[in-house]
Design a protein around this ligand. Structure first.
Ligand code: CTP
Ligand code: CA
Length: 225
């Protein structure tokens, strides 16, 4: 017992992280997606590993190497992400939804490449399932952590999402902030608890920020804010 490892805050816990954009196919050569780089989600997965958790990373298409030790599940569309998340939900202690899930997908997938025609064109879209809202409705003992990417009234919209999706925490991200956001290695966020406690984090590297966020969530969750 002299060699016993010190217990880490998430030893024995299961964490599921989603990351990156989703990609919604239009035809064999075209798709709809967004500018999410996946960096924040991958940093959250790395932080979960470092805190001792058994970590599953469900990732949309990104150009990043997965953190050492994660179980990586690659997905493409919102519906594939939904399926993968639900498969891992019952067992999870924490679910961190960093992914920028497409809100809409093309109503029909065209088997053949669509040919251009004279004049303007339009694309019919339908809503994807809100994965996080679905998790909120089915929540039992999991801690649900969402992200809110906003360009205006970030805290107000963030709190609305915390409420409407039945979350325990929301990490609010003003993506217009020049020192952070999509693609950047740096981020500026405010962490808000279900009880309304707001914790602002100054601009810092996503990896360092992720560790601080998760540590706060785990600690404060025990004192149940
Ligand atoms: N989210 C999700 N499934 C979707 C859309 C969003 O799980 N189909 C999750 C995201 O992963 C994120 C949170 O919901 O954790 C908030 O995403 P965001 O795009 O900021 O909010 P929306 O609810 O989609 O609202 P809007 O885009 O209109 O602001
Ligand atoms: Ca959205």
């Amino acid at each position: 017992f002299f060699n016993e490892k010190p217990q880490l805050p998430l030893t024995g816990k299961k964490v599921v992280v989603t990351a990156g954009p989703t990609l919604e196919r239009i035809d064999p050569v075209r798709y709809i997606s967004n500018f999410s780089s996946g960096k924040m989600g991958y940093a959250m997965a790395q932080a979960a590993i470092e805190l001792g958790a058994e970590t599953t990373l469900i990732s949309g298409p990104v150009a990043l190497d997965p953190p050492l030790g994660v179980k990586l599940i690659r997905v493409e569309s919102a519906s594939e992400m939904l399926e993968a998340v639900l498969d891992h939900y019952t067992d999870a202690d924490y679910v961190v939804k960093s992914a920028a899930v497409a809100d809409y997908r093309p109503k029909t997938f065209h088997d053949q490449k669509m040919k251009k025609k004279e004049g303007a064109a339009s694309l019919e879209l339908e809503r994807t399932t809100d994965i996080l809202k679905t998790l909120g409705e089915r929540k039992t003992t999991q801690q649900l952590i969402g992200f809110a990417a906003e360009t205006t009234d970030a805290l107000t919209y963030g709190k609305g999402k915390l409420e409407s999706k039945n979350l325990d925490w929301i990490i609010v991200n003003d993506v217009t902030n020049p020192s952070g956001g999509f693609g950047s290695d740096v981020n500026v966020v405010t962490l808000i608890s279900r009880a309304g406690v707001e914790i602002p984090f100054p601009a810092m590297e996503k990896k360092e920020l992720a560790k601080k966020l998760l540590t706060t969530i785990v600690q404060e969750g025990q004192d149940s804010l």
